[in-house]
Design a protein around this ligand. Structure first.
Ligand SMILES: C[S@@+](CC[C@H](N)C(=O)[O-])C[C@H]1O[C@@H](n2cnc3c(N)ncnc32)[C@H](O)[C@@H]1O
Length: 338
């Protein structure tokens, strides 16, 4: 059993690549369009792939069926709730699953050498001559756009969870700024769910210039370390996990200034993982631990425990806070009061 476990873990990167492949081939869309269990040859011709590769597609689908991504009956392959997340017309998480292996594999990710060296920075800095990933995204717009699309693609699902499971956190707010909100996917869902709530997406100028024109929200470019537009509520969704503690304190101080300067007694809404929060299933714990290592090694951030959140919030000068349990997704909501 130990041998199987060890070998399994050493080849498990294949899972990530195979998922990317399924997303790139839009297998979920093809099965959905077929309208019922889809035989292999129909799937192969519909994608299409050359007949010489049919056998490889069988093997790929075998693994994905075993892992529960797709289901299989005598008549062919079917979608599961997991593969439905890859539907282009639905959650469209394909860009996210493609981005992760594309950008992080082969970048000296978690090597023994990286661990032993004392002065090498994060893996991204190593791979990009000491530059922070956000600067790399600016210099390489293709990569930056890929990242923004990947964020938007994973965002839809988690923000739907957020508004469905915690609608009350948006009640009584007149305006909200989504700091680090990318190209506006989150604020669009929030604005459409709570008409009357004025929403703004705030991110680096090179990011917001790609936000679509929308009647639902406005767009402001800037640097969250300098100045954040004032609002009744500031949303920080999966932002603080990108940064070490010192930087988080600075960001939280800017947010506090922004909500304190309105008439309302404003608040900051953090949506991020809490490592030791109650989990709904064991995959959640493993996913949080994997993400934690991804962030530590790539951008120099981390996921945090309740105690680490407490210390950060108090250091940034907030008087109180409340952690809501994550109900449907990996993310908890933490409300911070100035
Ligand atoms: C992990 S993404 C989160 C995106 C989005 N909030 C979500 O939930 O999908 C981090 C975001 O922070 C933005 N960002 C990084 N540095 C920033 C800065 N100094 N000022 C404003 N935004 C910044 C990035 O451009 C990116 O959109």
């Amino acid at each position: 059993m130990e041998l199987v476990r060890l070998i399994n873990q050493s080849v498990s990167f294949i899972s990530s690549l195979v998922l990317r492949c399924a997303a790139e081939l839009q297998i979920s869309d093809h099965i959905k369009q077929y309208g019922g269990p889809m035989p292999l040859h129909e799937l192969a011709r519909s994608i299409p792939i050359p007949p010489e590769k049919d056998l490889m597609l069988v093997q790929l689908m075998e693994l994905l069926v075993h892992q529960g991504v797709y289901a299989k009956c005598e008549a062919g392959y079917q979608l599961t709730p997991t593969s439905e997340l890859l539907l282009t017309e639905g959650s469209n998480m394909g860009t996210f699953v493609s981005f992760i292996p594309e950008v992080f594999f082969g970048k000296r990710f978690f090597t023994g050498k990286w661990f032993k060296d004392t002065d090498v920075g994060t893996v991204s800095e190593l791979a990009y001559n000491g530059k922070q990933i956000w600067h790399v995204f600016k210099e390489k717009p293709e990569l930056g756009n890929f990242f923004n699309e990947a964020m938007a693609s994973q965002c839809k699902e988690s923000v739907r969870d957020l508004v469905a499971s915690h609608p009350d956190i948006f009640y009584g707010i007149n305006n909200l700024v989504d700091v680090g909100g990318g190209t506006g996917t989150t604020v669009k869902v929030i604005a459409d769910t709570f008409p009357g709530l004025r929403c703004t997406v705030f991110d680096l100028p090179n990011v917001v210039e790609n936000a679509p024109n929308s009647d639902s929200f406005s767009v402001v470019g800037g640097d969250m370390f300098d100045n954040i537009p004032t609002a009744d509520a500031i949303l920080l969704k999966t932002i603080l996990h990108d940064w070490p503690d010192e930087d988080c304190v600075r960001i939280l101080e800017r947010c506090k200034e922004a909500v304190e300067s309105t008439e309302k007694n404003g608040k900051v809404i953090v949506v991020d993982m809490v490592l030791d929060a109650e989990v709904n299933d064991s995959k959640e714990t493993e996913t949080k631990l994997l993400f934690n290592l991804l962030l530590i090694s790539t951008v120099g951030g981390k996921e945090r425990t309740k105690k680490e959140w407490h210390d950060l919030i108090i250091r940034a000068g907030y008087s109180d806070y409340k952690i809501y349990p994550a109900r449907m997704s990996l993310y908890s909501v933490i409300e911070l009061y100035p």
